[in-house]
Design a protein. Structure first.
Length: 376
């Protein structure tokens, strides 16, 4: 086999992708999930900042106004704790709910939802220290290391420039009015988170296409694998061809077995042969019980002659019957008149030979009434 056939240069087929998905092998981007979590956290913090500030202020006021009697009463301290938490819990729960939903969306953002029992099964190969050591220095590990370094570098630089410009403002929070300090602290936290989210954008833009490319690269196939997959799914072409030949031979045998029961065989002397059967007492039109070209046509004519079935050379009618009818089906309505003349001549000749008719029927005119749309 050529070396080029062994190279995985072909894109994965649909079956290959489906099998990989069943194994739990789908593209994922942790950077995209992290980005959506951070973005949702920043936006929810910005949207609920006023409620969060009010809750924190209420909690601090109650916490710093505890009397001596309350401090030494266990039940009262429990009620104070519940009161402080209730002032801020709804806001925190709202932020957590938004972040949780975005975390779920971020997890399925690339690759979609997938539940794989095979991926959940324990694998002893993962406990092999040699395999684990090899994974530590694999291509994926190197890429993840580069991404981590790039991520820490970008976020670190952004945070450094943010903090260096606001260091004095952060120190000032301890000297100003508490309500103003809380408001300013939340504003600084919001901008801080916004800078981190902005730092993640270039990493996500690079990581998502890379994960898709790397996923398809892992599933690439050789030409031989595509051929083998086609054989497994569609069947071996040689075997299918042999089956089709056997089916054709069986159908031909069944067709030939019906020729002796035909009333007449209409032929184009060199190519076509169509065997017709008609029951005068039946309710159906004449049926085509056998038809063929070339060798099959010769076989039909030979069987007809051996069994005493009339063989009539009528080229236009033979071609029309061959191209407009199916086996065991009635002839088209447009050919009723022409076929009726043929059957009448056959029945008249049969009666003449048996002595039931006084004279031989006149020769049949080859120019039978065949509509133009049924001529071939």
């Amino acid at each position: 086999m050529a070396d080029s056939d062994q190279e995985k240069t072909e894109q994965p087929t649909g079956k290959r992708l489906a099998d990989a998905r069943k194994r739990g092998q789908i593209p994922r981007s942790r950077e995209a999930a992290t980005f959506l979590v951070l973005l949702s956290g920043v936006l929810s913090l910005w949207a609920l900042s006023s409620y969060l500030g009010q809750g924190m202020m209420a909690m601090m006021r109650r916490g710093f106004s505890i009397t001596r009697d309350e401090a030494f009463t266990v039940d009262e301290m429990g009620r104070i704790l519940v009161s402080c938490l209730s002032s801020i819990a709804p806001v925190l729960l709202g932020i957590c709910a938004i972040v949780f939903v975005c975390a779920f969306v971020g997890a399925i953002f690339l690759g979609g939802m997938n539940f794989s029992q095979e991926a959940m099964m324990p694998k002893l190969s993962k406990l092999n220290p040699i395999s684990g050591f090899a994974r530590m220095f694999s291509f994926n590990s190197i890429i993840e290391l580069i991404k981590s370094i790039a991520k820490v570098t970008c976020i670190g630089c952004f945070c450094y420039f943010l903090l260096s410009g606001r260091f004095n403002e952060i120190l000032r929070l301890s000297y100003i009015n508490p309500l103003t300090a809380i408001r300013d602290a939340i504003t600084i936290l919001f901008y801080f988170m916004l800078i981190i989210v902005c730092a993640m954008i270039p990493i996500v833009i690079i990581d998502v296409p890379f994960q898709i490319w790397h996923y398809k690269k892992q599933l690439r196939m050789t030409k031989q694998e595509i051929k083998d997959e086609y054989k497994d799914s569609e069947g071996n072409p040689e075997i299918k061809g042999r089956i089709r030949r056997m089916q054709y031979q069986l159908a031909a045998r069944r067709m030939m077995a019906k020729v002796p029961s035909a009333d007449v065989v209409v032929t184009n002397p060199t190519h076509y042969a169509v065997a017709l059967s008609y029951d005068p007492n039946g309710t159906t039109a004449p049926l085509v019980v056998a038809k063929g070209v070339d060798e099959v046509a010769e076989k039909i004519k030979d069987i007809a002659r051996e069994c005493g079935v009339p063989v009539m050379p009528l080229p236009p009618l033979a071609r029309s019957l061959y191209y407009t009818t199916e086996l065991d089906h009635e002839i088209p309505r447009g050919l009723f008149k022409a076929v009726a003349q043929v059957l009448a001549w056959v029945l008249g000749m049969k009666a003449y030979k048996e002595g039931k008719a006084p004279q031989r029927p006149r020769d049949l005119d080859e120019n039978l009434p065949i509509p133009d749309e049924l001529r071939f």
